[in-house]
Every structure is written in structure tokens, then in C-alpha cells.
Design a protein around this ligand. Structure first.
Ligand code: BG6
Length: 490
């Protein structure tokens, strides 16, 4: 059952952020809420209650925001008066998450009759305790909503346990599981590309599509997050959620509407159709690797093992490439190549749809086995390119590859909200379409977990790659053995 957005005037909002003094709040949530405030997208009488374990006064919390959050607000949008009005929405409540008695301070601050949104920007191990304590002090009414940050657990079992625990206090229609990639303008635009343009419909399947590549490349290293990252690795941090969600949008059947369950049902079917990998498949079809010292953007950078707080000899992967297979009619025998890594040469996320080769060429010169490619750039620039062959001017019929290029930033100049801003507004308005349902998260873990186990069984140490490259040679080899190549190698 889904919650229909209501046309009644909005209730006063109490946005209660657990982890209010943490990094995610400072860098992403508070700047996103500021932007929503600036553009009039917060309901009247909004209050933002930051919950943290530090013994801060209200003033100390505001000073924290000034120092750690304000620098992350887009400079052009930073209006000192609007920022001061924004600060006036805040209250700070100190809570030791495990101490049930501390929650009475939250009860005293939260307003009766307000629409409560609990944003759990903490480690997932704390979700159960927080929800149990909120419920025990009567704060979980049936209007309340709870937002769960990723990663939801560290494997199938822990995800199930968290879902069950949160589900004891909130119904599924009150639970917003965030994957911020689903809030990106470009990712939402993928749905429009596929389902708003009929020309792609008949071609969007085997045998007209030969392969799909999904790359999420980052230039950053682990930075100050080694404590979290070393326990997590690229497969859990990026593939289990962001990359699989992108794969779902590329591969899903047309949903009957944009109703949350209509969309999520179709994504779930894709996740359930992913072929489970055997240990032999894992050895052949996955590549895991860790960056060594190198240079990114012309600057020397450390290797993963030299980063602060990374345990000596850590075997955590910072790069994954793998070949996935979707076992259904539409995608039979079409490989999906997924790849993500830190300290790669440039920050970009893109999806490449490689169409089938031209069946026969009547032209005497030019490429023979040519397949058109649709390249969808998700970030940093938003563009769609169709690579095709055209005649080279002059005599003869020589063909050359050229690009039909749609620059979406130029074509549509409206303000592009950051993913967190868009998703927070969705939560406030009760729109669930761009959030993950319980069964989706669990199905994603059910596919990923055998890979984690397989790596353990194979005692697979990560390969090495030099920072500033696209991963180890084995990543290129994964595609080369099928006569294919990653987009930058063409
Ligand atoms: C987060 C991961 O979910 O996504 C980070 O935990 C990663 O490790 C980030 O850097 C990437 O997001 P974006 O929006 O910068 O592509």
C-alpha cells in the first residue's frame, strides 16, 4: 500500500535528524535543507531538530553549522539573511542513542500534531535501537516518516534484521530508504529517455542491444572515511545500491504508472532476474582491486594502504568491475558490465548502450563490425550522445563515426537541485517513488552477498591499480574476451 500525497494544507514539520552533528548532515543534509528553505519548499512552521551525542548548547550547534555546513552551500545561493532565518528553524537535542531515558528530551521538543520526519543519518547498526526508543516514548505515530540512510546493513541477514526491526514501528509506506542516486536529475531523466521516447522501445532489448556498461568513476580516495570504508569496500558501498539501481532503470519493463509500487515492482523483477554467480563465475566475471600511489589531476596521491586509519595489509577493494547477466526474455545473453572505483582518472558516471553490429556492409571502406552506441552521461555533465556512422565529405563512400550530441544543460537551463534536496522534498511531500522498498534492498543483497562470500572462498586478495588509471588490466580483459571494450578504450 502506498501513501497518496495529500492535497490538505501541509502540517507543521518537525524534521528530526539523528546524526545531526555528523559528516553527512554537515555536507549534504543541512545544505539541502537550506536550499529547500531558500526556494520556499519547506512547509510553514518547519522546525529542524538536530540530535547528536555531543554535549552542545544550541549556540554551539549553530556555530558547528556555520563552520562545517555553510561552506557546502552553493556560493551563489548563500544569502546571509536567508541563512540566519534558516538557523532560526533549528533546535539541538543531546541524546545518547542507547539511553532510553534521553529520548524524553526529544519528546519535550517535538510538537504534538506536527508531521514528524525522522532522518537516521547514523550507522545502520543503530537504526533498531533508535526506532525502539522512539516508539517506547510514543513518537512513532501513524503519520510519522522515517528515512534510512544507506548502507542498509552489511549483508542480506543484517538488512533483513534492520527492515524487520524498523517495520515493527513503521509501516512500509512510512519508510523512505534513501539511495541518493535516485534523486539525481539525470537518473530520473533516464526514465524519461526510456519511457517518454517511443523510438527506443522496440530496440531496447536483445538482440538489438549487444551490451550495457555502467561506470561510476570517482577521483577521490577514501579521505577521512577509512573507518567506515575499510569495513565496507566498493561492492557494498556502490554496487549493492547505486549501480544496481542504475541497472534496474536501464533494464526494467515499462511500469504501468509512476506510482511508487508500480515502479518498484518492475525494479524488483530485474533484481530477481539477475543470475546468481557461482564461485567459478565469480573467479571469471569479477575483478576487485585496490589503488596504489599515483597521480590524479596532476597531483601525487597516496595508495589506499597509506591512507589514515587503513589497517596494515587491508584487503578491502576500492575498485570493482563485473559482468552481470539478467535472465529474462528481454535481456537473455546481453552482458551488463558494471564498474566503479576510487582514484580513477576523472569523475564521471555514464551508461553506454551498445547496439548490435551492422548486419552487413554494402560500403567498400570504413568500419565493418560497427555497433551504434548511446552514451548517457549522468555526471558531472548531463548529456546524451548517439554515436553513428556518417559519410566523410568528398568523393567515395567512406564512413566515419560521428556523434549526435544532446547537451542537456544547454537545452534546459532550469535550476538543477542536488539529489538530497530533491529527495528530502519528496519525503516531506510523501512521495515514495524514488526510494527503495524493503524487498528491493533485500533482493540486491541476495545477489551481492554470494560475491562477497565467493571472494572469501577464493581467498581473493585485491589486485592493484595505480591511482589515476581505470583500474587493473583485468578490468579491460573482462570485456576484451568478448571483443568489447570500455567506452574510453574505443
Ligand atoms: C556514497 C558513497 O553513497 O556515494 C561514497 O558512500 C561515494 O563512497 C558517493 O563517494 C558518490 O556519490 P556522488 O553523488 O558523488 O557520485
Amino acid at each position: 500500500m502506498t501513501q497518496a500525497p495529500s492535497s490538505a494544507p501541509p502540517l507543521p514539520l518537525d524534521m528530526i535528524i539523528f546524526g545531526g552533528g555528523g559528516d553527512l548532515s554537515a555536507r549534504k543534509l543541512l545544505p539541502a535543507l537550506y536550499m529547500a528553505h531558500l526556494h520556499g519548499n519547506l512547509p510553514p512552521e518547519t522546525r529542524i531538530i538536530a540530535v547528536g551525542r555531543k554535549d552542545w548548547t544550541h549556540e554551539q550547534y549553530l556555530a558547528f553549522m556555520d563552520e562545517h555546513s555553510r561552506p557546502f552551500v552553493d556560493k551563489e545561493a548563500l544569502d546571509p539573511q536567508a541563512w540566519d532565518k534558516f538557523l532560526a528553524l533549528f533546535a539541538y537535542v543531546r541524546i545518547d542513542i542507547g539511553a532510553a531515558g534521553d529520548y524524553s528530551r526529544l519528546c519535550a521538543t517535538a510538537r504534538r500534531g506536527a508531521q514528524r520526519v525522522f532522518y537516521l543519518a547514523t550507522s545502520p547498526e543503530l537504526f533498531t535501537t533508535i526506532c525502539d526508543n522512539l516508539s517506547a516514548c510514543g513518537l512513532c505515530d501513524d503519520k510519522a516518516r522515517v528515512v534510512l540512510e544507506k548502507p542498509l546493513g552489511h549483508d542480506f541477514e543484517s538488512a533483513q534484521a534492520i527492515n524487520a526491526a524498523v517495520g515493527r514501528h513503521f509501516s512500509e509506506s512510512q519508510i523512505y530508504r534513501i539511495d541518493h542516486y535516485l534523486g539525481k536529475e539525470t537518473v530520473q531523466n533516464l526514465m524519461v529517455l526510456r519511457f517518454g521516447n517511443a523510438i527506443f522501445g522496440p530496440l531496447w532489448q536483445a538482440p538489438y542491444i549487444k551490451s550495457v556498461q555502467i561506470t561510476v568513476a570517482e577521483t577521490v580516495g577514501v579521505g577521512s572515511r577509512a573507518g567506515f570504508y575499510d569495513q565496507t569496500g566498493a561492492l557494498r558501498d556502490m554496487v549493492q545500491n547505486h549501480l544496481l539501481q542504475l541497472l534496474c532503470i536501464v533494464a526494467m519493463e515499462p511500469p504501468v504508472s509512476l506510482d511508487p509500487d508500480a515502479v518498484r515492482d518492475e525494479k524488483l523483477k530485474v533484481l530477481r532476474s539477475l543470475r546468481r554467480m557461482s564461485v567459478a563465475d565469480i573467479a571469471r566475471d569479477t575483478v576487485r582491486a585496490q589503488y596504489m600511489a599515483g597521480a590524479v589531476d596532476g597531483e601525487p596521491v597516496k595508495g589506499y594502504l597509506e591512507e589514515d586509519n587503513v589497517p596494515a595489509g587491508s584487503g578491502t577493494e576500492t575498485f570493482v568491475a563485473l559482468r552481470a547477466q539478467i535472465n529474462n526474455w528481454r535481456w537473455a545473453n546481453v552482458p551488463f558490465f558494471l564498474r566503479t572505483g576510487k582514484r580513477l582518472p576523472k569523475r564521471h558516471s555514464e551508461i553506454v548502450i551498445e547496439f548490435a553490429d551492422m548486419p552487413f556492409s554494402i560500403f567498400p571502406t570504413g568500419p565493418r563490425n560497427y555497433g551504434n552506441r548511446l552514451v548517457i552521461q549522468l555526471q558531472p555533465e548531463e548529456s546524451i550522445q548517439l554515436q553513428m556512422l556518417a559519410k566523410e565529405p568528398g568523393s567515395g563512400m567512406h564512413m566515419l563515426p560521428v556523434n549526435l550530441n544532446l547537451d542537456l544543460q544547454q537545452a534546459m537551463t532550469g535550476r538543477r537541485a542536488e539529489a538530497y534536496e530533491r529527495l528530502l522534498i519528496d519525503v516531506i511531500r510523501g512521495r515514495l517513488t524514488h526510494f527503495m522498498r524493503r524487498d528491493e534492498v533485500e533482493a540486491a543483497w541476495a545477489w551481492v552477498e554470494p560475491i562477497i562470500d565467493g571472494w572469501k572462498e577464493l581467498a581473493d586478495r585485491p589486485r592493484n591499480y595505480t591511482a589515476g588509471t581505470y583500474g587493473p588490466a583485468a578490468s579491460s580483459a573482462l570485456m576484451a574476451r568478448e571483443n568489447m571494450s570500455w567506452a574510453e578504450e574505443v
